[in-house]
Design a protein around this ligand. Structure first.
Ligand SMILES: Nc1ncnc2c1ncn2[C@@H]1O[C@H](COP(=O)(O)OP(=O)(O)OP(=O)(O)O)[C@@H](O)[C@H]1O
Ligand SMILES: [Mg+2]
Length: 220
């Protein structure tokens, strides 16, 4: 592996850009959280790395775009994966386009449709992302290919409730990027519903999850 350049420091990990066997690669290295007991920290980190590597592989089998895993190194707390150097986060795209063209503009609605379609494929297989923010959705510059990343909190065999929480997290993330996010989330759900027969049950659960979220906000 070639020398690495620090790209980002997230809440859990450092992201380096490097190359692996001649291919552009990303190293995601989870750092120690000093507030945790070291053994507990090791156990949590290993769980997250395994969950992430497993989910990335499952996504690719399902035809859901996700970076290819090149190498897993539990001792060094690392995953080496395919780099998507051109991609930006959906968060950045929503911020940019909603400021210049409005949240209901055609390119944003088309992107929302693609996100809904991709989530339907993920959820139809029972895969829960676990941290479905707009920063964990990457998109190519032409806004066509949407790629999911950051699966450390993911799990398989999710029921309607867990899948609905995924959608709720996404809804809150979109809302945090634009006050009038309803056209965007509405389009996500429309595409989600059209792509998967199980969607209705999840969207009904989402109403309950949303209500609980609101109550929690009111109680402070
Ligand atoms: N395979 C990849 N190709 C290109 N960029 C990537 C890739 N993986 C991660 N990134 C970039 O690094 C950022 C952080 O990655 P990731 O979400 O996996 O880590 P994180 O520690 O959970 O970060 P955060 O706390 O910000 O969510 C992403 O938002 C993205 O901009
Ligand atoms: Mg992330």
């Amino acid at each position: 592996m070639k020398e690495s350049e620090l790209l980002k420091q997230g809440a859990e990990a450092k992201i380096y850009r490097t190359s692996f066997c001649g291919r552009p690669a990303i190293v995601k290295e989870r750092f120690r959280k000093t507030y945790r007991h070291p053994e507990l920290d090791d156990a949590i980190t290993v769980d997250r790395i395994k969950a992430e590597a497993r989910a990335l592989a499952r996504c690719r089998k399902l035809g859901v775009h996700a970076p290819t895993v090149y190498h897993v190194d539990l001792a060094r707390r690392r995953i080496v994966m395919q780099d998507l150097p051109e991609a930006t986060t959906v968060r950045e795209v929503i911020c940019r386009l909603s400021a210049s063209e409005g949240a209901g503009c055609a390119p944003l609605l088309a992107l929302a449709g693609r996100v809904g379609h991709l989530l339907a494929a993920l959820h139809a297989a029972g895969l829960v992302h676990g941290d479905l923010t707009t920063s964990n959705l990457l998109v190519d510059p032409d806004l066509r290919t949407v790629t999911l990343i950051d699966f450390g909190l993911s799990g398989a065999g999710g029921g309607a409730e867990e899948l609905a929480v995924d959608l709720y997290v996404l809804e809150r993330a979109v809302l945090s990027t634009h006050p009038d996010s309803a056209p965007i989330t509405g389009r996500v759900y429309e595409a989600y519903r059209a792509a998967w027969p199980g969607a209705d049950a999840v969207l009904r659960k989402l109403d309950e999850v949303r209500l609980r979220g609101r109550k929690r906000l009111m109680l402070g």
